[in-house]
Design a protein around this ligand. Structure first.
Ligand SMILES: [Zn+2]
Length: 519
């Protein structure tokens, strides 16, 4: 036995009650000891009554986009995340082809301003190369990725706003099948982002048939999270049931004050589908603000000519006036700015080139510049080549708490992150501790065991990780020693990168690791 941790309370990640025992690490695997008959070990650790929990699983991480960044690694590890599910919302790092690296880079930058890519983009031809690259990085965090439908469509047919022809569809199906066989979790859609949003349900269903045949999973960011969120979420359930695939409902929410309260109906429909045999989970982050690209509020039609086309439209006075009018009202597409109550509800989190608006609400920034808020927004986009991340204050806490405490909801950070010095959404650094504090301590809706289950074993069961997320014999020794009373987030909207408290030690594969130092 390499290590023996004695005198600890164990919450094993299955939802079972905590118990006192000893845990050994035998060649990176867990061994449990309940009695007094203990083996010899090279190293003994006295836990002093602290609690041992499984390393947390981030069920919705986007961590594949920042695999090299120590800052991104810190954001996960500081809150106890040792495994992350990635490639959601239609965006994965594979498949791609090297004859269009700029287009691919800009596509990925849409949600991660500084994506980490291998020097040799050939590696991202399919899931196998991505996994090989992942291994060379030696990250302490285990990453498993979906095939993003946007990435797949971009690979097959660029930004074309039309149906795929038979050959294109077949190429997508074949590549999806290949990636799943090479270890991808299934298909993710991001039906508000171009080019995923150009797909009709017929195309999604054709791809889900492959997901079904390969025994994989469907994760979806739906077509709408605002005024038509109920219909959009029903559509995902219908597609998953029709294709007979397990469904991961990505970041369930209802954006926009006029839509608050709708999650109750969505959860009821979800429960009915479960009763009818659907295998599904929900992921959710514990905050009332979301974060995504700043450009997401521009009507989707403007993206069909790529980022260059979008920038031209913003610079053209006539087109700018049309966009202003479309963005000022409720419309067919998911208008994030409208749903945040206008530009006073949109906070600029990070920008890749011109940082002058970072850390401010767009309305405040506009006042400071003596400008109209919409024009200030356009100028921020133009100065940053159309990119940047915004934090959108558009949800209700009651809805969020109701979703998170649902027995089929697991925790996902959705933690997109920029560079050190920029201010991320606090979910990137604080989600696990914030959720624990909110649901266990403040609202008293869940027991510590139930909350830990949501952050470990429940996701492991759904995603089929047979050796992660639980403290049982033979599982991977990815565990945390925590003081539950002190487990608390300190990340806030003004200071999003502040570290969580209460995690005393982190072990991955049986080895204690320390947090990366960020200079
Ligand atoms: Zn999403």
């Amino acid at each position: 036995m390499e290590t023996l941790i004695q005198n600890c309370r164990i919450i094993d990640g299955t939802g079972a009650p905590a118990y006192t025992g000893c845990v050994g690490f035998d060649h990176s695997r867990i061994r449990i000891f309940r009695g007094n008959d203990l083996p010899a070990a090279k190293e003994y650790i006295d836990a002093n009554g602290s609690t041992l929990v499984p390393g947390f699983i981030d069920a919705h991480s986007h961590g594949d986009l920042t695999l090299v960044s120590p800052y991104a690694t810190l954001s996960k590890l500081n809150q106890g995340i040792t495994t992350q599910i990635a490639g959601q919302c239609g965006v994965s790092l594979f498949p791609t082809k090297i004859d269009s690296p700029d287009v691919f880079q800009r596509f990925v930058s849409g949600i991660a301003p500084y994506p980490d890519l291998p020097v040799d983009l050939n590696m991202l031809e399919s899931a196998a190369g991505f996994n090989r690259w992942l291994e060379t990085l030696g990250s302490p965090i285990t990453t498993k990725s979906f095939v993003g439908h946007g990435t797949l469509r971009l690979w097959a047919m660029g930004y074309e706003n039309r149906k795929p022809d038979q050959t294109e569809l077949q190429r997508m199906q074949n590549m999806l099948r290949r990636c799943i066989r090479e270890g991808a979790l299934g298909l993710s859609t991001g039906l508000v982002y171009a080019p995923s949003c150009y797909a009709e349900n017929e195309e999604i269903l054709a791809l889900l048939r492959v997901v079904h045949e390969e025994g994989a999973i469907y994760a979806t960011h739906p077509r709408n999270e605002g005024d038509r969120v109920v219909e959009a979420r029903s559509e995902s359930i219908r597609l998953a049931m029709e294709a007979d695939v397990p469904l991961c409902v990505s970041h369930l929410k209802a954006a926009g004050r006029q839509n608050w309260g709708k999650p109750r109906a969505m959860l009821a429909e979800f429960d009915k589908a479960i009763e009818r045999g659907l295998n599904a989970i929900i992921d959710c982050y514990p905050y009332t603000a979301g974060a995504t690209s700043l450009n997401v509020s521009i009507p989707p039609g403007y993206f069909s000519r790529g980022m260059t086309g979008l920038l031209e439209a913003l610079k053209n006075p006539t087109e700018r006036e049309i966009i202003r009018e479309e963005m000022s009202r409720q419309s067919d597409y998911d208008n994030y700015v409208y749903n945040s109550g206008g530009f006073s509800g949109v906070y600029v989190s990070s920008c890749p080139i011109d940082h002058s608006a970072e850390g401010m609400f767009i309305s405040d920034y506009a006042k400071r510049q003596n400008m109209d808020a919409f024009d200030a927004y356009c100028d921020i986009l133009i100065r940053n080549n159309g990119l940047g991340l915004g934090v959108y204050f558009h949800m209700s806490e009651d809805d969020m708490v109701e979703i998170l405490s649902h027995p089929r909801c697991v925790l996902g950070t959705d933690g997109l992150i920029g560079r050190p010095g920029e201010n991320p959404h606090p979910r990137a650094f604080g989600s696990t501790a914030h959720a624990y504090d909110l649901l266990v301590r403040k609202k008293k809706l869940l027991t510590p065991e139930q909350m830990i289950y949501k952050m470990s074993g429940q996701a492991a069961e759904f995603f089929g990780f047979t050796s992660k997320g639980r403290i049982l014999d033979e599982m991977d020794a990815d565990v945390l020693l925590i003081n539950p009373d002190a487990f608390l987030d300190t990340a806030t909207y003004p200071n999003g990168a502040s570290l969580s408290k209460g995690i005393e030690r982190i072990f991955i594969g049986g080895k204690q690791i320390s947090l990366p130092q960020i200079s």
